[in-house]
Ligand binder design. Structure first.
Ligand code: DX5
Ligand code: ZN
Length: 229
């Protein structure tokens, strides 16, 4: 993976057809997405349960772009190697998931993945300043993690603005996750974000047999975000 700050759209397969991940992934990539976002939930850190390492391993061959894995699990450390071996390019752990985020980020890079740090809407940036040399991405949650289709939390715009100035010239992506639409994405692009996760925003109205809709949704979010730069 090379680093740049171009606008990237990362559809979350949480909103895809769970019985047809292979074709869903091929469809969103053919329609122009940049990364594929995979939401891992444990029914403990968040009140929902999704994908284990064998599922990621099964879908990995279908992903030609970047497998962006968002771990909403606690504890994280015992599972890092399994998710890395399943083929994650980026492994993102939550700051709130345990007392030893520094160790977790070390372990993620040690397993050969890019390291992401996710922040819940109620979490501030204080800790990020001490972790800047260990992270490749900060994921700012603009919904409370656990479910797709929730409303964007506007108070996170100011957080992203502060995060962007904290990051400076460092090669660290700012990813926004939750409630992304052509209306909300430009607000975050203007504040300094470059990666836009969208579940319902990409998959709504389409299907593998009507994938042109995915393309329209991806282009609508991308062009709205680019227009704000
Ligand atoms: C929420 C997940 C998100 C979710 C986004 O816990 O981390 O990635 O799928 O879904 P939308 O875009 O529908 O808000
Ligand atoms: Zn996510």
């Amino acid at each position: 993976m090379t680093f740049d700050r171009k606008i990237k759209i990362a559809p979350s397969i949480l909103s895809a057809d769970f019985a047809d991940f292979g074709r869903e992934i091929q469809a969103i990539e053919a329609e122009g997405c940049d990364w594929v976002h995979v939401d891992v939930m444990d029914g403990h850190f968040v009140p929902n349960l999704t994908f284990g390492p064998p599922l990621l391993k099964a879908i990995r061959p279908h992903i030609k772009t970047v497998m962006d894995v968002h771990l909403m699990i606690a504890p994280v450390d015992p599972y890092i190697d399994a998710y890395a071996e399943a083929g994650a390019d980026i492994l993102t752990a939550h700051l709130e998931a345990g007392p030893h985020i520094h160790r977790t980020l070390q372990a993620i890079r040690g397993a050969g993945c890019k390291a992401g740090l996710a922040l819940n809407p109620g979490t501030g940036l204080d800790a990020v300043a001490h972790l800047l040399d260990m992270i490749d991405l900060v994921c700012v949650m603009t919904v409370n993690p656990g479910f797709g289709g929730q409303k964007f939390i506007y108070s996170q715009i100011e957080k992203v603005r502060s995060l962007r100035s904290l990051i400076g010239d460092r090669p660290i992506h700012i990813e926004i996750d939750g409630g992304m639409t052509p209306e909300t994405a430009p607000l975050m692009a203007a504040a300094g974000a470059d990666v836009f996760v969208a579940g319902s925003g990409v998959f709504k109205g389409g299907s593998v047999n009507n994938a042109a809709v995915y393309g329209e949704n991806i282009r609508a979010i991308r062009s709205a975000a680019e227009a704000a730069l």
